[in-house]
Design a protein. Structure first.
Length: 541
């Protein structure tokens, strides 16, 4: 029988009630106390009339309150809609308009966004108060509901609302190819299946303590929550990653065994922290996902922490988080690969004609498994297009080598057509990262009268390093075919990031005056001509 997501918490609370489930600066909570708080949330939602299948927005920073709120929503039989909190969160109003939630659990900074909407669908809004100051809207503060539930939880009078594993557990909003947020529908079965696979290949146990710097409203961060609660481990929360040395000190003090990050996370640690002068004797593994990490950066990380296994992973919100991983022992020979499918998942490379691609032949990655989402909320046409008989069409182009290891070439929507050639932005970015002065790089397409489109690159340099655009272009010409050399390179102080730490190419396009698909920006242009044939076979033109 398939376990429900909130039963992961109940199971760990029953087996190890006094174990610490969540630790944050200045506070911690055991599994038994966390389950009681989650029950308190469920009771408060029931009192507000929330029923099975109702959507409940959860807009809080990573915290004990977030974890309790999340599991409490599921215990009430409702569907959690985790969103970025804050007064400037653009996802909150759009998500409320789209999924019409019946209730919301938000922090004080997010409350004005809710109040300003006067959403007719909301029957209750609970505000988590982190300080004595500030106004709270009429109605209960969620912390009051959590505390009031302790007695009832102790006497065993609480029962979670009955739901099925095929019921929705969460709707997670992610941007589509147009940038408009769309809600990915994840069932209890989707999440628990993916959780089981990740626990298996990482070998997680109750002894594991993961440092959480990724937000829980992001599917990668949420997978840390699911996997560690499933095994009775500890979530060590630290929201101070803008000050990486503080997080590193916390990792050492908390005897953290695991760390997870996106490529910009590791770039920041490598180039703007004291990590090279610190040791982490308890650290057992590190994971990376959230976009391709340049091989140059991977090798740099391995030189800093050669003794700690480093897992390169790949996934999507539509996959409940994870699709593939590369075992650490294969990393030295397979740098740049995203590995093979995780247990219980099949990932194939499919050509445009529907045939499985040959070794080295580029096609779209298509995935099947119990972890694949039901589709997109309120988007039946897009759901039918992305989730067909063949499986979930990721929109990512890649190829498999002779050992079955997968490599990404780029997003289908981001591939450049330079003259007669299809060009991968990822390959150009990886080449630029080989330059010793480069901190981060992003490549976009811009229109060109002769070639139709050319690559343009944006680079941020390491602190204290200097390199002008012409020097970087010369470097690129030494490692890339001529048609892949950027037409121009712009050096910026920083590259824009999304709230989850990924490179924000949409913001970069807007900042530099490019349209969503392609455009023109930059000061001087260095013309390029057509060059050698592409490295890989291609299935589109």
């Amino acid at each position: 029988m398939t376990m429900l997501v909130h039963e992961l918490l109940s199971r760990s609370a029953a087996s190890a009630p006094d174990a610490v489930a969540v630790a944050e600066p200045g506070a911690s909570i055991t599994y038994q106390a966390l389950e009681r708080r989650a029950r308190g949330v469920a009771l408060a939602l029931r009192e507000a009339g929330i029923q099975r299948g109702d959507r409940v927005v959860l807009a809080l920073q990573n915290s004990i309150e977030f974890v309790a709120g999340y599991f409490g929503i599921l215990m009430a039989g409702a569907v959690a809609v985790p969103l970025q909190p804050g007064a400037r969160s653009d996802r909150v109003p759009k998500a409320i308009e789209d999924c019409e939630p019946s209730a919301a659990i938000v922090d004080e900074s997010t409350w004005p966004r809710i109040a300003g909407m006067s959403a007719a669908c909301l029957r209750a809004c609970f505000v988590v108060r982190k300080s004595a100051e500030g106004s709270v809207p009429s109605g209960a503060a969620i912390m009051q509901a959590l505390d009031a539930a302790a007695t009832l939880a102790e006497d065993g009078a609480f029962e979670a609302t009955a739901v099925d594993s095929r019921d929705l557990a969460a709707i997670i909003y992610t941007s589509g190819s147009t940038g408009a947020p769309r809600g990915v529908m994840l069932t209890h079965r989707n999440i628990t299946a993916n959780t089981e696979s990740i626990v298996t290949y990482l070998g997680l146990s109750a002894r594991d303590r993961v440092m959480v710097v990724l937000p829980f409203y992001y599917v990668y961060g949420m997978s840390l929550l699911h996997t560690h609660v499933a095994v009775g481990g500890c979530l060590v929360i630290d929201n101070r990653f803008a000050f990486p040395n503080a997080v590193l000190r916390s990792m050492r003090e908390q005897a953290v065994t695991g760390f997870a990050g996106v490529p910009s996370t590791f770039a920041l640690l490598l180039h703007r922290s004291n990590i090279r002068s610190m040791s982490f004797p308890a650290l057992r593994y590190v994971t990376q996902a959230g976009g391709p990490m340049p091989p140059a950066r991977i090798h740099e990380w391995l030189r800093v922490m050669p003794e700690v296994p480093f897992y390169v992973m790949y996934g999507a919100t539509e996959a409940s988080a994870r699709l593939t991983y590369l075992p650490p022992w294969e990393l030295p020979q397979k740098a740049g690969s995203i590995g093979r499918a995780i247990p219980g998942v099949e990932v194939r490379v499919i050509r445009d004609d529907g045939i499985v691609a040959a070794v080295g032949e580029v096609g779209e990655l298509v995935a099947r498994g119990a972890n694949i989402a039901r589709g997109y909320w309120n988007r039946p046409a897009e759901s039918a297009e992305q989730f067909g008989r063949e499986g979930y069409r990721t929109g990512d182009l890649g190829f498999a080598d002779e050992d079955g290891c997968l490599y990404l070439v780029g997003r289908r929507t981001e591939m450049l057509k330079v003259g007669a050639h299809r060009v991968s932005p990822v390959e150009i970015e990886q080449a630029l990262h080989e330059h010793p002065a480069v901190h981060e790089a992003a490549v976009l397409g811009a229109p060109d009268d002769l070639l139709g489109e050319v690559a343009v690159a944006y680079v941020a340099l390491l602190d204290g390093e200097t390199a002008d655009a012409q020097a970087l272009l010369t470097f690129a010409r030494n490692s890339l075919p001529e048609h892949k050399v950027p037409a121009r390179i712009t050096v910026l102080p920083e590259l824009p990031k999304t709230a989850t730490g990924k490179l924000d190419k949409a913001a970069l396009r807007q900042r530099e005056g490019l349209s969503e698909a392609t455009g023109h920006v930059g000061p001087a242009t260095v013309p390029v001509g057509a060059g050698a044939s592409p490295r890989y076979q291609r299935t589109d033109s």
